[in-house]
Design a protein around this ligand. Structure first.
Ligand SMILES: [Fe+2]
Length: 194
């Protein structure tokens, strides 16, 4: 909800900015019709790094959805895939400030997710694709998610130390809370897997 409000604000700002450009020859732009500020380097880094780590988690979760047997692991993979679908949608929207907001979450295709992977992510996805279903897969998936969530937490904390953009800061704060919750859940699942 908050993200939609943020994006609606960004879209409104872009519309005002566009109007200011068109009106430039006949009247001076109002003070409130300043162009929307470009994303800062820190915000772009936050988007890129979150998308890379999040896409790794999303892709291995999509693979895991077809292989996991333990109900807790299966539930986590479903939650994680849905979460990362949403984050990918939000972050994509951040790079298109003039786009009309939509209340529906548009999940990225596998090809779009894979395009966001870094070398580490591509290796992880190949590994989980090749692994057979079974207890080893279950444990490896949960461990990979613990590692991935710790990495995602570090990315949010790094941006929150800079916090130079209101919308980006809100996204990082919201993401951080969910990441921390998932680390607790992953710890519980790891205990059940033994
Ligand atoms: Fe998560």
């Amino acid at each position: 909800m908050q993200r939609r409000t943020l994006l609606a604000g960004l879209a409104a700002g872009a519309t005002l900015a566009g109007g200011a450009v068109r009106a430039q020859s006949s009247a001076p732009a109002a003070a409130s019709a300043m162009p929307a500020p470009a994303l800062s380097d820190a915000a772009r880094t936050h988007i890129r790094d979150t998308l890379a780590a999040g896409s790794q988690s999303l892709m291995i979760s999509r693979i895991a959805q077809g292989k996991l047997k333990h109900p807790m692991g299966r539930q986590f993979a479903d939650f994680e895939a849905a979460e990362q679908d949403g984050i990918a949608d939000v972050l994509k929207g951040r790079t298109m400030p003039g786009a009309k907001p939509t209340g529906a979450t548009v999940a990225p295709t596998d090809a779009e997710v894979e395009a966001n992977l870094d070398a580490e992510g591509r290796a992880a996805v190949a590994r989980f694709r090749d692994m057979a279903a079974g207890p080893e897969f279950e444990k490896a998936y949960i461990q990979a998610e613990v590692d991935g969530h710790r990495k995602l937490l570090g990315i949010q904390d790094a941006y929150l130390q800079v916090a130079d953009d209101a919308a980006e800061t809100d996204i990082a704060k919201l993401a951080k809370g969910r990441i921390q919750e998932h680390l607790v859940i992953l710890g519980d699942i790891a205990k059940h897997l033994g």
